[in-house]
Design a binder for this molecule. Structure first.
Ligand code: 3PG
Length: 392
């Protein structure tokens, strides 16, 4: 795909879609990772003399104006991070916005209002896409986190303007793309999280590529049960047991080493104060619930990580939000941090939140800014926001 580095933007109005869908509390941005991740593109455009018109969604306002979902606090934080005034409009298109853009000097940065305040955004409405396009001469998509959405500001607009990728978009596609198409080996995928259902696509796609597949988190217990062990009150998707067995069989067929927990931390309640104990996987008591992998499993998983050249991690090993059940997830994060010879790719969402929580973010090779987007990419799906960009 063409990149923002391939084109001349001097004096041009650039509509730059970013993913500023950041967590907020009481009108303050509480995690600015995604804002920081977009800075290289914004700085590049500004330094090259473009009029930088930024657009993003925030939350899911469902086509209506929701006061708490205005991008005003984001503009303020961005302004501080850039060390430069960032004006913000109360709309995302229309005459008032055009007038504001008319006052911009080369290098100026403007942030439009939340594009999801308009019902046409998520419907990928052609009129709305045109209205966005009318604001600019060039379209840059740097919103990797929203690239799996075919919306007016991610896909539709690209039909009307020269459309190129931003630097963050480029980096994400480069790292994830190389990992899947030309991985260094041994290549290990660690798949966790609550549900098998959410990880079917990614497990199926990665089984064709990896040397080791490690599973953990709530989804592991459907595999454990499918292999004939009792799992007490642990999470179970009964309708996915056959599928789970078929993955284990496919792994064997392909020579992929398949790792499941051999011991677990069980609790008599889903809470920090619960009674807990470590048991072998064959001995989960009937009215207890497994909420984390156990110490033996941690050791095995740590060794696999240490001996891998590339690891992709998507999904926690346990209920890491509660300290009592965070050891498994922390062990994975720590092992990745310690394995300096291992290239570590963290899928966005919960795994990214986990490495943040354990203060290990700066030790990872790449943390994706996309949750759903990185998952769909790892499933081998084409991302509409990327497909819409001009080819080189
Ligand atoms: C995300 O946070 O994963 C992206 O910003 C996409 O948000 P969405 O799931 O509301 O489309």
């Amino acid at each position: 795909k063409q990149s923002v580095k391939d084109i001349d933007v001097k004096g041009k109005r650039v509509f730059c879609r970013v993913d500023f869908n950041v967590p907020m509390k009481d009108g303050q941005v509480t995690d600015e990772t995604r804002i920081r991740a977009a800075l290289p593109t914004i700085q590049h455009l500004s330094e090259q003399g473009a009029k930088v018109i930024l657009a993003s969604h925030l939350g899911r306002p469902k086509g209506q104006v929701v006061e708490e979902m205005r991008l005003t606090p984001v503009a303020k934080r961005l302004s501080e991070l850039l060390g430069k005034e960032v004006k913000k409009t109360d709309e995302a298109y229309g005459d008032a916005v055009k007038a504001e853009i008319g006052t911009m000097n080369d290098g100026d940065v403007l942030l439009l209002e939340n594009v999801r305040f308009y019902p046409g955004e998520e419907k990928n409405d052609a009129e709305l896409a045109k209205s966005f396009a009318e604001l600019a001469d060039v379209y840059v998509n740097d919103a990797f986190g929203a690239a799996h959405r075919a919306h007016a500001s991610t896909e539709g607009i690209a039909q009307h303007l020269p459309a190129v990728s931003g630097l963050l978009m480029e980096k994400e596609l480069d790292v994830l793309g190389k990992a899947l198409s030309n991985p260094e080996r041994p290549f290990t995928a660690i798949i966790g999280g609550a549900k098998v259902k959410d990880k079917i696509g990614v497990i199926e796609n990665l089984l064709d590529k990896v040397d080791n597949l490690i599973i953990g988190g709530g989804l592991a217990y459907t595999f454990v049960k499918a292999q004939g062990h009792e799992i007490g009150k642990s999470l179970l998707e009964a309708d996915k047991m056959d599928l789970a067995n078929s993955y284990i069989a496919k792994a064997k067929e392909k020579g992929v080493k398949f790792y499941m927990p051999v011991d677990v931390v069980v609790a008599d309640d889903f809470s920090e104060e619960a009674n807990t104990k470590v048991v072998p996987i064959e001995e989960i008591p009937s009215d207890w619930e497994a909420l984390d992998i156990g110490p033996k499993t941690r050791g095995i998983y740590e060794d696999v990580i240490k001996n891998s050249k590339l690891v992709i991690w998507n999904g926690p090993m346990g209920v890491f939000e509660l300290d009592t059940f965070s050891k498994g997830t922390k062990a994975i994060a720590q092992a990745l941090a310690d394995a300096t010879d291992t290239y570590s790719v963290i899928g966005g969402g919960d795994s990214a939140a986990a490495v943040e929580k354990f203060n290990l973010a700066d030790k990872m090779s790449h943390i994706s800014t996309g949750g759903g987007a990185s998952l769909e990419f790892m499933e081998g799906k084409a991302l509409p926001g990327v497909v819409a960009l001009n080819d080189k």
